[in-house]
Every structure is written in C-alpha cells, then in structure tokens.
Design a protein around this ligand. Structure first.
Ligand code: SAM
Ligand code: SF4
Ligand code: SF4
Length: 378
C-alpha cells in the first residue's frame, strides 16, 4: 500500500510559515539500510532538548542577539519525552546506533533523567543498546552526575574553553567560573560516566593561549581533550575566517611540547582526528570542520528542540517531524520510518566541503538564515 505522507518544510523558528511542502508518496518502511544520495548511512542522531542556555558563549549565543528580548520556544512547542523516544526508536530501526542529547544546555531541561531512562531502553534491530551520550557546558554537572549515571547515561562530553578564569568568564559571558566546570568533570569521573571528552572551541586571539595549559591539565587524566575549529554555524556569531585557528596549527603548538603519534579513527564518521601522547598519557582530538571537511562520511542527523529534522549542521530548513507525530499523516511507526527514510535518501548536504572549495557562498540561499547551533544542537 502506498500512503501519502506530507512533510511540511519549515524554517528554523517558524518565523515564516513556508508554503513549501514536499509532497511525497511514502511507503511504510520495510527494513534494510538507508543511504543518502551520496551513499552515506544514518548512524548518529543528535537531539536538542532545549533552546535555552545559562551561558552566552560569543561563538554560539552572543549576548547582544540572545538578550532579554529574545523569545525562546514555549514549552508546548518542545517535543515531549514520549515524542523524542518514539522518534529515537524509529531512528534506531533505520540504523542509528548513537544518540547525543544536546541543546542549548541539555541539563536545563527539567527531568532530563527521565528522558535518559526512556532512551536507554531502546534497542537496535540486533537487540543492542544505543550508545547514549550528552554534551553539556558542565555548569550543573556536579549536582547531576550521579542521577544521570543512574538513569542510564553511559558517557559525557563537557565543553570547556580554557583554564584562565577571567578569560573563561568572558567567553561564557555570564561570569561562570572554571572551577565549577572542573568540579562537574570530577563528579562525572567519580560516578563512572566514561569515557569523558572535553571540547574546547579555539578562537584565535580569544583563547588560543589556553591550548597548552588545557593539554597539560587533561594529559594523563583519562579524559580526551578535543580542539574544535571555530565554525561559521548559525547567523549570529559574526564569524570571520581570521578567528579560526586551523587544527594544523593547534597540532604544531602541541608538538612543540609533547611527542604525539597519529591514531586510526575509532569509527567511520568519526569527526575527530586522533593523536596519542607517545608516552602513553592518553590522547587528544582535533575537529577540523573548517579546514578539513569531513562531509564524505557524515552520518549525523539532527533533531531540533521542536522536532524538525536537519540533515546538516549548516542547513537552512528542517522537516517538521512533530507535525507528523501530532495528528499528521504518519500514524504508525512504519510510516514514520518511511517518511524519515525518504528525507535521508534525498540528502546531499556537504556544506563544509563546499565551503572549502569556495562554493558555499555561491550556493547560499539569499535571505535565508542558517539554523542556530543552540537550537539544532552541536
Ligand atoms: N550547551 C552545551 C555545551 O556547550 O556543551 C551543548 C550545546 S553546544 C551548542 C554543543 C557544542 O557546540 C559545544 O561543545 C560548543 O562548544 C560547540 N559550539 C557552539 N558554537 C560553535 C561554533 N561556532 N564553532 C564550533 N563549535 C561550536
Ligand atoms: Fe550555551 Fe553551549 Fe551555546 Fe555555550 S555553546 S552558549 S554553553 S549552548
Ligand atoms: Fe555533515 Fe553538514 Fe558538517 Fe558536512 S557540513 S560534516 S554534511 S553536518
């Protein structure tokens, strides 16, 4: 039976009620691998559970844009835990093996532990649990590490942009101290959320003097520090290429002090280039989204806070899955899976590759804003 499923394609915040509908005859999904138009499987789903954050990192939610007049999504617009879990279950049927909760600041979502419990119960078609993780700014981690672990969270990624307290407080722009994030990381270690990764966005001229202090601090701790190139994500951070410190230069600075040897990627679609300390003191990662695009094996889909599916971090538009869940035409999980499979099959996004080849600007759609990082998740 062929059933007609209609995908309303809406912009990131429904600021414009877009008339566009991708009117697609969708088949209930019948199993098997789902590949996109460039042959990439769907393996990783990032779920943004809130668009709110208690930080105002200049590269993500600059204070002058996200000020007291900014209107965040009302609670009724957010996907409920039941809706997120239903979608995650369907994504697992389509090949997703990894779930990452993000935001905004995911630990601000009330009762997040309940959602984690629900997601931890999902199994792949082979009967395996999903790799379940979460990215946080660490501000609430000290308080929540134990309950997150108890709920079934396996591991965690904490964002931390440096150890210099004054500089860090300027970067998060709400005066949040480094020491409390470090306490959160210690609490996560103590309860056995492992392995822990720490993400540091490197902005040339802002915190690049923290590369070596951060490496020294986390070396030998069992925690993997990853350096992320500052990206032109969203439309609010005023990104400029001269603020990007290429990973090659980060590596060169590290190699002035440490002997490092390259490691193989841990999995296909791995975003970080991995290097080990030659003396066995652990490893570091380099995420070079700007200077070395890794679109070729990008297997990540993103579910926004209000249930729109984005096939790329740099997308302008998402497909409204919430509309399908709430009284839409996907009445069964099979139809929902068929609809998502169709969206993924049509995917040809490779923004970072195009940026690298200079085509991204040419392809930019006039007048359309790219989706913001805090809304779509990192
Ligand atoms: N609030 C949580 C946090 O900061 O970890 C989760 C959401 S945050 C959007 C996810 C990740 O995106 C963080 O590691 C953050 O540093 C990174 N990020 C945000 N804006 C970025 C940008 N312009 N370039 C590179 N990474 C960015
Ligand atoms: Fe908040 Fe994370 Fe964005 Fe910083 S990077 S403003 S902590 S969502
Ligand atoms: Fe994936 Fe888009 Fe990033 Fe390329 S630019 S790696 S397709 S999210």
């Amino acid at each position: 039976m062929t059933t007609r499923v209609v995908f309303p394609i809406a912009d990131q915040r429904q600021l414009n009620a877009l008339p566009t509908v991708l009117d697609t005859p969708a088949m209930p999904w019948a199993g098997g691998a789902v590949l996109d138009a460039l042959g990439r499987p769907l393996r990783d789903l990032r779920i943004s559970v809130t668009d709110r954050c208690n930080f105002r990192c200049s590269y993500c939610m600059p204070k002058d844009v996200f000020d007291k007049n900014h209107v965040f999504l009302p609670h009724a617009d957010l996907l409920s835990f039941e809706e997120i879990t239903r979608l995650a279950r369907v994504f697992a049927q389509l090949g997703v093996q990894k779930l990452r909760l993000t935001g905004g600041e995911p630990l601000l979502r009330r009762h997040i532990e309940k959602l984690i419990e629900m997601l931890a119960a999902i199994r792949t078609p082979e009967g395996l649990p999903l790799d379940l993780t979460l990215t946080t700014n660490g501000s609430l981690l000290k308080k929540k590490a134990q309950s997150l672990k108890d709920a079934g969270l396996q591991r965690i990624t904490v964002s931390l942009d440096g150890l210099d307290d004054a500089q860090f407080q300027r970067m998060n722009d709400v005066g949040f101290p480094v020491a409390e994030v470090l306490d959160g990381i210690a609490a996560a270690q103590a309860v056995g959320l492992a392995p822990i990764k720490v993400n540091m966005v490197v902005k040339r001229g802002s915190n690049d003097d923290q590369i070596l202090p951060m490496a020294r601090h986390f070396r030998g701790s069992g925690i993997t520090l990853r350096f992320i190139e500052y990206m032109d994500v969203g439309s609010s951070n005023g990104w400029q290429m001269d603020e990007v410190l290429p990973s090659a230069q980060v590596l060169a600075r590290l190699q002035e002090e440490f002997a490092l040897k390259p490691l193989d990627p841990s999995s296909s679609g791995e975003t970080a280039e991995r290097w080990a300390y030659a003396d066995g003191a652990g490893e570091i990662g380099l995420i070079s989204s700007v200077t070395q695009a890794f679109c070729g094996d990008c297997n990540r889909a993103r579910l926004s806070t209000e249930g729109k599916l984005y096939n790329c971090l740099f997308a302008h538009r998402g497909a409204d899955l919430r509309g399908l869940l709430r009284g839409g035409s996907a009445s069964s999980d099979e139809l929902l899976a068929g609809a998502i499979a169709q969206l993924w099959s049509a995917r040809s996004d490779r923004y970072s590759q195009l940026r690298a080849s200079g085509q991204a600007q040419a392809n930019a759609q006039a007048g359309e804003r790219r989706v913001e990082m805090h809304y779509i998740g990192g």
